[in-house]
Design a protein around this ligand. Structure first.
Ligand code: ISE
Length: 335
C-alpha cells in the first residue's frame, strides 16, 4: 500500500518535493496539498497527479487520508506543525530549521521524547548526497586516520534582498553545521565567526567565515558567500592524519560551448543536490513504511539550531562562543 503524503507549503521547496514525489518515489503518492495561497496549491496539485487541496494546515495533518506530512511552509510554522504531527502520531519531513527559535526546537524534541518514537525528520538533504556519504565512509574506513580539518565552501549565485549577514549563517552555513556533525560523527564544542567587508553588489550583508571546533578537536571552516554570481558552488575537503578526501569538484561531463571549455554549474541548490533530494524522499518514505527512522532527527535539527545560534553570538560579540546542547535523550542514539 502506498504512503499517502500531505504537503504543507507549495512554494519553491514544497513544489520541488511534490514534483520529485510525483515523478518517482516508489511506494508514495501525493494525496493532499495545502498552501496559504489556494491557487498555488491547486496549480501544484494539478501538476502532480491531482492531489486534493485542503484549506487548512491543521486539517491536512488531521486528515485520515494523509499518512505522513511534508512541511515546507515558512520557518515559524515548522515547530507548531511538527508538534501537530507528533500529537497525531504522523511522521513528518520538516524543511530546515526544525523550528523558529531554540525554545520551540526544545518543545518539539520534548514532545517526541514523550511520544517515545521518532516521527520527525529534518530536511537536511546533504546527508543523502553521494559525495558526503562517500566522504563519511572514507573517514569511517579508518585508513585516512582521524580528521584534523574540514574545509567547506558554500556559495550561492544570488540571494533574496532581505537576507541579512545573520541569515548567511542561520540559513546557509547551517547546512555545513549539520553535515559536518554527520560526516565527523561529533558535536560542535565552540564557534568563532570572522566577517569580511560586504561585496559591492550586496552592501547590506557580509559574507561569513565560520570556524567550528568539534568536541574531539577537529576544526571545520566554512566560507559562506551568497552573492557569488557565477553559480551555486558547494565544496568540502576533509584533511586527515594520513590523507584527504574531497567532494569531486565537477559534474560527470565537461561542456565546450560559446568559446568556453569547462563544467556547467547549477544556478541553485535544487540542481546541485537533485540526487540528494530524491534519495532523501525515498529514504523518508521507506522509513515511514518500515517504522525505522532515517536522516536528520529532531535532535539533529535542535543541535544544528543551537550551533547556529552560537555562531550568531560569536558574530555579534566577536568572541569564541561555547556550544551547549544539554543531554542527548536516549531516543536519539549516537551522533
Ligand atoms: C537555502 O535556503 C537552502 O537551504 C540551500 O540548501 C542553501 O544552499 C542556500 O544557501 C539557502 O539559502
Amino acid at each position: 500500500m502506498s504512503v499517502r503524503v500531505g504537503l504543507i507549503g507549495a512554494g519553491v521547496m514544497g513544489a520541488d518535493h511534490a514534483r520529485i514525489l510525483h515523478d518517482g518515489v516508489p511506494g508514495a503518492v501525493l494525496a493532499a496539498v495545502h498552501d496559504v495561497d489556494p491557487a498555488r496549491a491547486r496549480a501544484l496539485a494539478g501538476e502532480c497527479g491531482g492531489a486534493r487541496v485542503v484549506d487548512d494546515a491543521a486539517a491536512l495533518v488531521a486528515d485520515p487520508g494523509v499518512d505522513a506530512v511534508i512541511v515546507a511552509s515558512p520557518d515559524d510554522t515548522h515547530g507548531p506543525l511538527a508538534l501537530a504531527c507528533i500529537a497525531r502520531g504522523k511522521p513528518v519531513l520538516c524543511e530546515k530549521p526544525l523550528a523558529a527559535g531554540l525554545d520551540s526546537c526544545r518543545t518539539v524534541v520534548a514532545a517526541e521524547v514523550a511520544a517515545g518514537r521518532r516521527l520527525v525528520q529534518v530536511g537536511y538533504m546533504r546527508r543523502f548526497d553521494p559525495g558526503y556519504l562517500a566522504m563519511k565512509a572514507a573517514l569511517e574506513d579508518g585508513g585516512l586516520g582521524p580528521a584534523l580539518f574540514m574545509h567547506c565552501v558554500h556559495r550561492n549565485a544570488v540571494a533574496a534582498a532581505y537576507l541579512t549577514s545573520e541569515g548567511v549563517i542561520a540559513n546557509s552555513a547551517v547546512h555545513e553545521i549539520d553535515v559536518a556533525r554527520f560526516v565527523l560523527g561529533e558535536e560542535v564544542a565552540a564557534a568563532t565567526v570572522i566577517s569580511p567587508r560586504a561585496s559591492a553588489r550586496a552592501p547590506g550583508r557580509q559574507p561569513q567565515l565560520v570556524v567550528l571546533e568539534t568536541v574531539g578537536g577537529t576544526v571545520v571552516d566554512v566560507e559562506a558567500f551568497v552573492d557569488a554570481r557565477y553559480g551555486y558552488d558547494v565544496r568540502a575537503e576533509l584533511v586527515c592524519e594520513n590523507g584527504t578526501v574531497a567532494l569531486a569538484p565537477n559534474p560527470p561531463v565537461a561542456l565546450r560551448h560559446d568559446g568556453r571549455d569547462g563544467f556547467a554549474l547549477s544556478p541553485d541548490w535544487r540542481g546541485r543536490f537533485a540526487e540528494a533530494y530524491r534519495a532523501q524522499l525515498r529514504a523518508w518514505v521507506g522509513a515511514v513504511a518500515s517504522g525505522r527512522p532515517t536522516g536528520s532527527s529532531a535532535w539533529d535539527g535542535y543541535a544544528a539550531s543551537v550551533t547556529a545560534a552560537a555562531c550568531l553570538d560569536a558574530h555579534r560579540s566577536k568572541t569564541r562562543v561555547a556550544v551547549v546542547l544539554g543531554d542527548r535523550p536516549p531516543l536519539y542514539g549516537r551522533v
